[in-house]
Design a protein around this ligand. Sequence first.
Ligand code: ZN
Length: 387
Amino acid sequence: MKTKTFFLSTILCICAVGIIHAQPVNQRGDARFPNETPGIREDNVRLVDWQPISKLVVKETRVYRAKFPVIDIHNHLRRGLNPNRFKEYMEEMDKAGVWMVVDLDGESAGDGYKQNLAAAKGQSNERFKVFFRPDFSKIDEPNFGRNEAARLEAAVKQDGCRGLKINKGLGLGYKDNTGKHIPVDDPRIDPIWEKCGELGIPVLMHVSDPVAFHEGPVDRYNERYDELQTMTSFYGDAFPYSKEEIIAQRNRVIAKHPNTVFIGAHVCDLAEDLGRVAMWLDQYPNYYCEISARINELGRQPFTARKFFIEYQDRILFGTDTAPNAEAFRLYFRVLETDDEYFDTTPAHKLQGRWMVYGLNLPDEVLEKVYNKNALKIMGMYKGGAY
Ligand SMILES: [Zn+2]
């Protein structure tokens, strides 16, 4: 019986293919309607301009405020802040239920961190925290590490900085006077990592970009082709360290300084492979992970991401990598809190790959830790139950 059905369906398929190929095909569509006026259509749409609007009818949840007060551990207030801008930021935070943001733009060079701290203090000391950025242009100076560690100590003890920020310039951009790119595990930096441990402040490290920015050219196979029209690709000879090598340098730093807490920005720079991120979190108890600018990555693998959040609920922190913006915050909450299907996160950031995402529907206990408890612990501000 089964053989007969298979035989019949095979014959039918062959016939169908034969019919399609045998008939003259109307240039504008279906060969069965050769004399009909074709439907209205826009010709010559380039694939790069294609912005399909989904016709899927599924639940859409508007999350106006997060379920628990939120700390955004990865935010950028930039330099030259003025009181009006700050007021706008606080309004955006209030609209979405964001309690605190961590400003990562406290540059050491020219004491930029002091300007940001002063601006933050003028508004709300509680709601804006500033992280210090070391000045790697001084790397060749004798005692660079010790001097910069001393400046960091003053910035923390006297001025109120709450952490250290490292950006991908380390490994991908900054060079020393020999012309060599400074590796993340350059021993001249060791005193700074050690000082962070001593001061009890975390190091937030962003040391590489999505895999598609590093591995392979910007070509038809690149899953972030659109985005890389305006962003930098790190593929090619100009960048001596591969993403894998930079990750290895970073891991050596984390292993060498077990008393210092490190936070891996952008899901430890490898949101595409949560299995490996999990391995690092297992391997390094002093390593944490934040999710900024990667909801599109997490939301395209909802089953894997949900398991990851539940298993590592004590090690994951909330972040956005934007300036405070209620609508961007709300998209993050929609991914974390709901079981909505197939929606677009582009409004939170610029285009980051052309795919839709799914909500992770995380349990309350996990949400609360990710939204604030883990960040409070890491910054030494956790006081138990009440906020
Ligand atoms: Zn950032």
